[in-house]
Structure formats: C-alpha cells, structure tokens
Design a binder for this molecule. Sequence first.
Ligand SMILES: Cc1cc2nc3c(=O)[nH]c(=O)nc-3n(C[C@H](O)[C@H](O)[C@H](O)COP(=O)(O)OP(=O)(O)OC[C@H]3O[C@@H](n4cnc5c(N)ncnc54)[C@H](O)[C@@H]3O)c2cc1C
Length: 554
Amino acid sequence: MPEQPELTVQGWGPGAPPAAPGQGATDPGAVLPRAARRHLTEQLGWTPRATPPVAVDDIRLAPSRLPDDVRTELAALLGEEHVRTDRASRLRRAGGKSYLDLLRRRGGDASDAPDAVAWPAGTGETAALLALCAERGVVVVPFGGGTSVVGGLSGVDPDDRPSLAVDLSRMASVADVDVASSLVTAGAGVRGPALEAALAGRGLTLGHLPQSWEFATVGGYAATRSAGQASTGVGRFDDLVAGLTLATPSGVLELSSPPASAAGPDLLGLALGSEGTLGVITEVRLRVRPLPQATAYEGWSFRTWAEGLAGLQRLARHDLLPDVVRLSDPDETRANLLSATGTGARLLRGALRARGRGGGCLLVVGWEGLAPLVRARRDAAVPVLREHGAVRLGRQVGESWRRHRYAAPYLRDRLLDAGLLVETLETAATWTALPTVYDAVRRALCESLGAPGKQPLVMSHVSHGYATGASLYVTVLADRDDDLPLQQWLTAKRAATDALLAAGGTLTHHHAVGADHRPWLEREVGPLGVEVLRAVKQRLDPRGVCNPGVLLPD
Ligand SMILES: Cc1cc2nc3c(=O)[nH]c(=O)nc-3n(C[C@H](O)[C@H](O)[C@H](O)COP(=O)(O)OP(=O)(O)OC[C@H]3O[C@@H](n4cnc5c(N)ncnc54)[C@H](O)[C@@H]3O)c2cc1C
C-alpha cells in the first residue's frame, strides 16, 4: 500500500530485516577498522561477540485485541484494505528506533505493537476515525516514519485499551506551491526525499535535514519539534511551519497565520510538539526558500573544546554562525579519526597532521545561499575562527562529512550485532551553562556505565547554534550487559537526565518528550504548566484516546 520503502523491523534502513542468527559476519569485531576496535576493546572492556537479533518470524506478538465490530466500522470508513490486523503491518509499527526499542525487537519482544493499523486518506477520514475511536475506547497512535527515539510510539495506555496505529503514508502529497510567498502545503506523511524532490522541480527547498531524513515525515517533525542539521541557518522545524491542520476527536483545527499575526496566543505553538496527544496532524504549511545558488562546506580544528565553544559563542553573538555548525569534542574527534575509512578519513588525518594537530576538536561548517552572501558571511566568520585558535582543514573534510552524514544509524546496527550498547541523547543550554552541562552529563554516564576495567566512550558535539546558547548531542558506547541490557541503559539515562537538568540543560532540544522523558516534564514546565497542557487535552480529547502514553506525566 505505501509507496515509500518501509523501515526494517529490528534496525535502520529499508526493507529486509537484518541477517538471521548465524548469517552475520563471522568476526563481529570486523565491523570497525582495526585501530577503532583496539581503542574500544581497551577503553570499554568490550569483547567483540556475536549478539544477533532473533529471526523476525520469532518475534512474539500477542493476538490483536481490536473488537471485530470496531474493525468493521473502521473498514466502512476507510475501505477494507486500509484497516489491517496482520502480523507484518503491526510489527512494522511496533515502537520507534531508540536503543531500547531496538533491544526489545532484537530480543523478540513486540509487546508494544498496536492491535491494528489504519491508513486514512485525508483530514475528513482522520477526524471521523478519531471520533469513532473516542466513542469506542480505542487508543490512537499517529505513526509517521516510525523514527522516534524517545518511546513516542510505545502506545502505553494506563487503561490498557486496544490501540490503533494511524499510518500517515496515504497523505503524502505536496500541493499549493506558492512561489511568490515561499509557502507550500505538504501532507503529513511526506518524507524528506520526496518533499525535496517535489520542491526542487520548482527551484525551492525546505532545507530540513535531520539524520532520520530518509524515513521521518513532515507530520512527525511538527509533532516532535524536530531540528535538522542545517537548523542554525534555516531554523528548527517549528520555525518552518506557517500553519497546519490538526484533526482531533472534538473537531478539526485549522491553524495558519502567515506571514505573522497578533490575534491572541499562538495556537499553532500548542500543536507543535503535541506528539499525537491532541490528535493527528494531517497537513503542514511550510516556509520554503530558493535552492541555494552556492554552498561552501569545510573543516576546521580547534585545539580544545573550550576554545571551540568560545569561538562559536563569539560568532553567535555577532550573528555570524554558518548554516551548518558541528563542533565535536576531543572524544568524538578521536573516534571519527579512528573509525572513518576511505578518502574522507585519509584527508582528515592528513589535514590534521599537516597542521601539527593530532586530535583537538573538529569543526564542520557549511554556508548555503546566494553566492555573494555565502562569500561575505564566510569572509566575516573566518577571522573570528582564527582568533580563537582554529586552523582550516579544507573543503574536502567538510564535503566528506556532508556525503556521509546519514551513515551512522546503519553502522549502529552492526555495532549492536557485536555486543555494544550504542545510544544518543541530547539537550541544549545557554552559552553560560553549556560547559557545566557537558561535564555533568559525561560524569553521570561514566559513573553509571563504568566498572573496573570498563569505561564507556562518551562523545559529544554541538550542532545547533543560537544567539543565546546551543544544543549538545551525546553518543554513548559501552560494553553491553547481556543479562540486563535494558536496565543498564535505563539507569544510565536516568542519571544523565537528572544531571543535565540540574546543570541547567533542557529535557530535550529536538528528540521530544515521548514516553521516555515524561517523568521529567514537570521539572521543565512546572506543575501549573502540566495542568495547562492537561486542560487543553481534556478539551480536544475528552476520552483520552490520543497517544496517552507520551508527553504528560502519569
Ligand atoms: C537514526 C535517527 C536519527 C535521528 N536524527 C534526528 C535529527 O537529526 N533531528 C531530529 O530532530 N530528530 C532526529 N531523530 C528523531 C526522529 O527522527 C524525529 O523525532 C522525527 O521528527 C520523527 O518523525 P517521524 O515521522 O518518524 O515520527 P514518528 O516516529 O512516527 O512519531 C514521533 C511522534 O510524533 C507523533 N506523530 C507522528 N506523526 C504525527 C502526526 N501526523 N500527527 C500527530 N502526531 C504525530 C507520534 O505519535 C510520535 O509520538 C532521529 C531518529 C533516528 C532513529
């Protein structure tokens, strides 16, 4: 039914599931270059070992609990072929792609799978579906690309009602291209590549490029307030939304106010980040821009993390940040150097050696737009970088990063096959608080995951810059506890979240709250803030069927 390729059940990438047990690489450590493997075995106390997923056919899936009469009514609404309870449809929509999701699916557990999947074709069908589900007590979990990394699709319901995944893939058109106003309307199920292809034909681009770009959808971006790799330049996804349509059990909200409006509080802001708790976003009106005439990507190297942060802060203060900014700390820089293979890696190593830098902190920057502006912005930023001790590594380093920027999730699957814990977390803080948050998260993760002879590898980068601060993205590798793998990460994640909040970071800069972060939401918005959100939900979703397991604390 959906024309776009579906994500594999137990990992990343389209279509076929990962190799069945016994069919993977004979040497599990061979997924990494020798130097990287040596580094990881020494630091992590990791013994490369085969830990393949169970065969997809062996994943346990309970029978569907959707009552027959509800299924019949849904089929009458949407058409027989657009309501399914078969194993493959339900498994494909079981949870998202966090480390915990992958551990569960790899271990044969799909207890979070929906009882059925529905494919409405537009706002009218979605609104009717929501009204029916509210009346019949069926939980609705909107399903975009299925790339949530915070348990956004877990479908947890305190009342344990049957659940329906609402797949948005039939709403994937791009319409109303208004070139003069730089506006376009996209169906919520459109993914990045299809949207960019449609826009390119009109000389336009959205420029929202998260690492999950190949699979994530426009509706999912809006529901989670996503940020792409060029967000420093083009803005977060919230900045790119000029309006949207939200179907709720109480009716349809059309929220649109371009170019700007002062007509009361911003209701659009309530829908952005609502994570399916208020209803289903069916259409999004987007602010687009002309395709860039020129691009300039390049690599730089700072001696230290502190110098790098100071350099970026200075650029930010003078509104000189490039469109793409990605500053890696020494651990991430070293790991890049050790694990990268091919021309890009050779270039990076060569460029660093030539400038007398063994490691330091790698900075990738990119400018896009009209050629004179790209030149002028770059010319203004370069002296600031140099003043803070940065040396230029050249264009090929930047272009190499750009070419490989979607590769990491594929590598993660292979590392999971070899007995590693691999997960990421993110936050943001003011320039003042950022160094403290950085230290606090690292300390918490090292204490939680460390043991005699075992230290996790905690790698960080700054990748979204603002005048007031920046995001911090952390990747963790550790030797997996084969007996209690879920517990191992849950404990570490709890420690890291407590630490980053205490140090002044936000609960999430772009991954959203989901099920995983909701115990902490009250610390971020306060008890009254939670009450306000509950009151809005009560008005739009009085029976509480819209994604009840996410965002709001118990
Ligand atoms: C490898 C990888 C890399 C990632 N990189 C980034 C990144 O660079 N930047 C970033 O911001 N995020 C990133 N993410 C996280 C994820 O891709 C984003 O949260 C994305 O916005 C989710 O979009 P989706 O369409 O996959 O939504 P889903 O995962 O399907 O859903 C996410 C949440 O939104 C709700 N939802 C989805 N669609 C709708 C809708 N139409 N109406 C109402 N609610 C809806 C769901 O119910 C769920 O709660 C990454 C994830 C992975 C696995």
